[in-house]
Design a binder for this molecule. Structure first.
Ligand code: GDP
Length: 594
């Protein structure tokens, strides 16, 4: 504690919003909001400097200090829980474990081919053909040492999945095609690896291609902060061809070299924790999950909690689908016995018994529900707010597949906004690409709605949106998107009200009634006179009074309405001066056009 009673916190020169949030025990959305209130627009993966981070830290009740150089990398940034568990172990109990590797890189740069090549040449146990089914992780041997590979999906849609892959790994292999160089997803992968504080080994792939230009790519790598080792930098760049399998041994050798310079340990007898790599529903066995054990030893019969699922492990299988009864650190295993499918990226933990497991899961569900009930920007709610005058701005985040469709949509939205004088449309952020968790975080922080055109939303993003109460709408036709926004805007504006006459009656006689003063004996000429509708008294074409009916009677009975051709007695609030021949119009207010 510092003198002023605030908690002290040490922050590095630079860190991502996500890491900052984790360090401050806050949600990324909270951090983004504070940044916004200080005029800084930042996304979840964006790096902020110490001065900026310090402002956020102070607002959250911390006394920030700049981290001194000698602090180990492991102790900074967002440390995944499994790492913390290992750090809390008695150091004398720690044993070496195989390094866990994940392969990241731009689409088509050869991630899948490289993984396959490694798998087929080096599968642990030597039976490459034995791996028949994709389970999301596998182990290979190189020089009698095990290496665990995580096989994260490579599509752009799985950006958050890759971020998690990086978090579960010890080393990232960044695949960069020598004929294509550094591309957007290459940079994104570097950010993920840096955010997770995981070292990068570059696999400079496709060197067999005639148009490969390794030197150019190395320069590009240096530009994004990955200075190649041959240029005195600390990033190993290994030329490979996943296709001809050239350089694969060098790559594995380099991985082991990097691993040997790191502390890659766990306590096989310690608390068992790890990460869900993949989960699938099997028709005969129910939920099957591939888990990567990261500390402790997982055994058949253990009760585990994984995200919001739990269960007693009935059976475990290795990568060749062979039954096993235990699995130590860095081992991927398939388990049977969970009650639901957990999400890839969820942590799993062994707990005492099923009662405890149930309690944990119920707690997590309740927490998610309570966060959801703090609803933010569903489209409808935003409209309601605009309507009630609470907000005068409809904020949108727009994602589209290609730049060519982004621009016309933004232009049309802006035009729509100009047409409405009481509300404005603000497109906070528009970009090509799928809807990601950082879009959701931005939407949550700024009360915006996310509109997508021809793009995907992955499961994790959907879950985050649900948890944060952010509304995402995806369209395949531009017209529909605009139509929805327009409809919504119409809904927000005070609907234009018009009067609709529903019936007329003529005064035939006037008479005194004790309580209500003067009343008129009338005949309904057309339509109906309704007790709850408004009335107007018209005399010689002029309106002499407009008001409400105080009583409507048919033969002394109070009635709700009187129809055409019938006679009735009408009294009007605050009006007694009926004259024979007056026309009484019954009318209601209706929204224009319906
Ligand atoms: P991913 O999207 O990163 O998983 O890329 P893929 O592994 O699917 O590879 C994309 C394309 O590049 C495929 O047609 C591969 O056959 C090809 N490819 C991958 N590695 C190499 C390589 O080393 N050399 C050549 N010539 N082609 C490769």
């Amino acid at each position: 504690m510092s003198n002023d009673g605030k908690k002290e916190i040490t922050l590095p020169f630079n860190l991502s919003v996500r890491d900052l949030a984790a360090q401050l025990n806050a949600s990324p959305v909270q951090v983004i909001k504070i940044l916004m209130s200080n005029g800084v627009m930042a996304s979840i993966n964006q790096q902020v400097d110490f001065d900026t981070a310090a402002v956020v830290a102070s607002e959250l009740g911390f006394t920030p200090q700049l981290q001194k150089e000698e602090v180990k990398v492991e102790e900074t940034g967002e440390i995944p829980l499994w790492r913390r568990v290992i750090m809390d172990e008695d150091p004398t109990k720690l044993e070496n474990r195989p390094p866990v590797i994940t392969i990241l890189g731009h689409v088509d740069h050869g991630k899948t081919t490289l993984l396959d090549a490694v798998r087929h040449t080096n599968v642990a146990g030597g039976e490459a053909g034995g791996i028949t089914q994709h389970i999301g992780a596998y182990q290979v041997t190189h020089k009698n040492r095990l290496i665990t590979f995580l096989d994260t999906p490579g599509h752009a849609a799985f950006s958050s999945m890759r971020a998690r892959g990086a978090k579960g790994a010890d080393i990232v292999i960044l695949v960069v095609a020598a004929d294509d160089g550094v591309q957007p997803q290459t940079k994104e992968a570097v950010n993920h690896a840096k955010a997770a504080q995981v070292p990068i080994v570059v696999a400079l792939n496709k060197i067999d291609k005639p148009d490969a230009n390794p030197d150019l790519v190395k320069r590009q790598l240096a530009e994004i902060g990955l200075q190649p080792d041959e240029w005195e930098g600390d990033t190993f760049v290994v030329p490979v061809s996943a296709k001809t399998r050239k350089g694969l041994d060098d790559l594995l050798e380099t991985i082991l070299l990097v691993a040997d310079n790191m502390v890659i340990k766990a306590n096989p007898k310690g608390a068992c924790i790890g990460t869900v790599v993949e989960a699938k529903l099997d028709k005969t066995t129910g939920p099957m999950a591939t888990l990567l054990v990261q500390n402790g030893t997982l055994k058949v019969g253990n009760v585990i909690v994984a995200g919001e699922s739990y269960g007693k492990i009935k059976a475990m299988f290795d990568q060749r689908h062979k039954r096993i009864d235990k699995a130590g650190p860095s081992t991927p295993v398939m388990v049977m016995g969970l009650d639901h499918l957990p999400d890839a990226g969820d942590l799993f933990q062994v707990v005492e018994n099923e009662r405890e497991a149930r309690q944990i899961v119920e707690g997590r569900k309740a927490e998610r529900e309570s966060r959801r009930s703090l609803k933010r920007a569903t489209l409808e709610e935003l409209f309601a707010k605009v309507k009630s005058g609470e907000t005068k701005e409809l904020r949108l985040i727009l994602k589209a597949d290609v730049r060519g469709s982004l621009e016309p949509i933004v232009n049309s939205l802006e035009d729509l906004g100009k047409k409405e004088k009481d509300i404005s449309i603000q497109v906070l952020h528009s970009e090509t690409g799928n809807i990601t968790e950082s879009d959701v975080a931005l939407a949550a922080a700024s009360n915006a709605v996310i509109l997508g055109f021809n793009v995907d939303v992955d499961q994790n993003t959907k879950h985050l949106a649900e948890a944060e109460g952010v509304s995402i709408r995806v369209y395949k036709i531009i017209y529909r998107l605009l139509e929805d926004v327009e409809k919504a805007l119409k809904g927000l504006l005070e609907p234009e009200m018009v009067e609709k006459v529903i019936g007329t009656a003529q005064v035939l006689a006037t008479f005194k009634v004790s309580k209500a003063g003067m009343a008129a004996g009338c005949r309904v000429l057309d339509g109906e006179i309704r007790r709850n509708a408004s009335v107007r008294v018209v005399r010689a074409g002029e309106v002499v009074f407009t008001g409400e009916i105080s009583s409507l009677k048919r033969e002394k009975e109070d009635v709700r309405d009187v129809r055409e051709g019938m006679e009735c007695g009408i009294s009007i609030k605050n009006f007694e001066a009926f004259e024979i021949g007056d026309i009484i119009e019954s009318f209601v207010m209706e929204k224009f056009g319906g």
